[in-house]
Ligand binder design. Sequence first.
Ligand code: AMP
Ligand code: MG
Length: 191
Amino acid sequence: METYGRYLNVVDVEATCWRGKPPPGQVSEIIEVGLTVVDTHERVRVGKHRIVVRPQRSAVSEFCTELTGLTQDEVDGGISFAEACMQLRKEHFADSRVWASWGDYDRKQFRRQCDGGDVLYPFGAAHVNVKEQFALARDWPKGVGMHRALEVAQLPLEGRHHCGADDAWNIAALVLGMIAERAWPEVEVGG
Ligand code: AMP
Ligand code: MG
């Protein structure tokens, strides 16, 4: 059995995108969920996961492929958003673990795709905005991007920026740094 509150899910999503607004009839949808599990007791990253999600109301543009590395072919082989949310709950205990992401974009994007639809929002209420905590710890009124934060924290950018799995892995390294510096908030599980 899992020790209550020991593991933290760090999540980073990629979504369909365009240089400007979406083309008529399309909406931005999640196409990749990157998830790194942090063992907050041992203070290590213990799992690097990636869920590729098939969009329903949008296609992967050339711009999106350049940014995220994801192609239409690859997302065509992905699972549905509903299945991805179920997987997050069943395999990654998303509804009971504290979870964290860089900024509020990832949480809001999940909300947008779940609210008013038939897909159950997979996460619990305990979410940490890592970008905000990182800025607070350094007394920076304005947050910085993940890339800059890694430089400031003297951590390497491992893998490819804007790949959800690699972004989550790198954000998890920033989280570990903040835990070590006692700059990580105490969060009530399920609170
Ligand atoms: P990130 O986690 O920074 O890779 O960004 C998550 C998602 O935000 C991407 O998959 C895009 O949908 C969107 N996004 C990020 N940067 C840009 C950008 N420069 N232009 C358009 N969309 C972007
Ligand atoms: Mg990303």
